[in-house]
Every structure is written in C-alpha cells, then in structure tokens.
Design a binder for this molecule. Sequence first.
Ligand code: MD6
Ligand code: FE
Length: 219
Amino acid sequence: MAPNLDLFGGDAPPQQGRLVLGAQSVVLRGYALPMVADLLAGVDAVTAQAPFRHMDTPGGYTMSVALTNCGELGWTTDARGYRYSRIDPLSDRPWPAMPEAFGQLARDAAAAAGFPGFSPDACLVNRYEPGSRLSLHQDKNERDYNAPIVSVSLGMPAIFLFGGDNRADKAARVPVFHGDVVVWGGVDRLRYHGVMPLKDLPHPRLGSQRINFTLRKAG
Ligand code: MD6
Ligand code: FE
C-alpha cells in the first residue's frame, strides 16, 4: 500500500463526528483519541491504588463488570445497597485522586455537548472482559440530576443500550468504540441504559478488555 494510504498503521481510521441519541444526549465519536495515552496512564495510576474488583449487588449477584473509582466520591454496591462513599471499602482509605486528564476531558466533552461548567467529583471506572455485561439501569444515586454524565470508552467495542424513561421502553443498540465519549443529561438524564455481553474482538492496544469510565457530579 502506498505510504500515504497507510496513515493509521493498519488500524481502522479514527471516527469523527457526533451521533445524536436524544434531545440532550450524544456520542462524540473519537473525541478522547488525542489523550488516550494520558487517560491510560491515569487508569494505571488509579488501579495501582484501588484495584478493579467484582462487587456484589443487593439482589445477591456478583457483577460481571469489574470496577473501581477515583475522585472525592466512589460508587459502590454490596448486599446493603448502592451508594457513593468517600472511602474505598477494600483499603479503608479515600479513593485515588481524579487524574487531571480525566477532569479536563470531562469538562471539554460536556461543554461540546451543551453542558458548560461541568465539574465532576466522582469517576466510576469499569473493566469489561468478553462476556461481561451491564443490565439496564438508571444512574440515580447522584444528588443533583442537573449535571450531565460523561462516559469514555477505551479498548474493545461494545453495544451500548440506550432506552427510555421506563425499563420496558425499547432500547436502541449503539455501537461504541475506542475513544468515543457519550454525554447525556437534562431531559435524558434518567434514561435506562446498559451494555450487551461483550464479544471477544481484541483491541490492538488493550487486548481483550474494554475500559469505560463515567464522570459524574455525585455530591
Ligand atoms: C458502560 N456506562 O458504558 C456503562 N451510565 O460501560 C454506563 O452505565 C453509563 O455510559 C451513564 C451514562 C453513560 C454511561
Ligand atoms: Fe450507567
């Protein structure tokens, strides 16, 4: 192949542009690609202090997605319920600080999606392996629903399910790729969503995993 036709070293070309999901929700294709190295360094720094773990749900299941947190507040679940906490129950210490690159990306992406002034205090980091899934849920443990949520996808692709305000509403199937950022808030803030069981489509940099992190204003 002529060198000028191989700009991406054999990888698929990065996607660009936006996919509108709802009145106040959008996928920003490839928005995180320029800062992937900083984001992955941030994930490594966070997980060195607060490793990924499989949490239990109040319903008696163990999540197939492994998770951890950074920032002032971290989301946890156990037999007693879902909540935000300042302390990592595994270490009994505060969650690791939010890496600067996470906060910057979240502010920029939120503003690009119509939510200026976003200032997240919590970041939930999820790790998916082939077969991991996330059943339909609403994000409603945050105190203030005026702030949006910014969700960053790295590694293997996934099919994000984007439903309505009721669990039974039909959900759209939205493929999300390495570097995509989903922002939602406002009238769409409480829509049901989830992730289909992941296929094993190894990513050149991250192998057989998908890392997703979601930035929120929880407190
Ligand atoms: C995920 N994301 O994409 C799971 N929540 O792995 C979420 O649960 C989520 O992507 C709220 C807003 C955006 C999200
Ligand atoms: Fe969610």
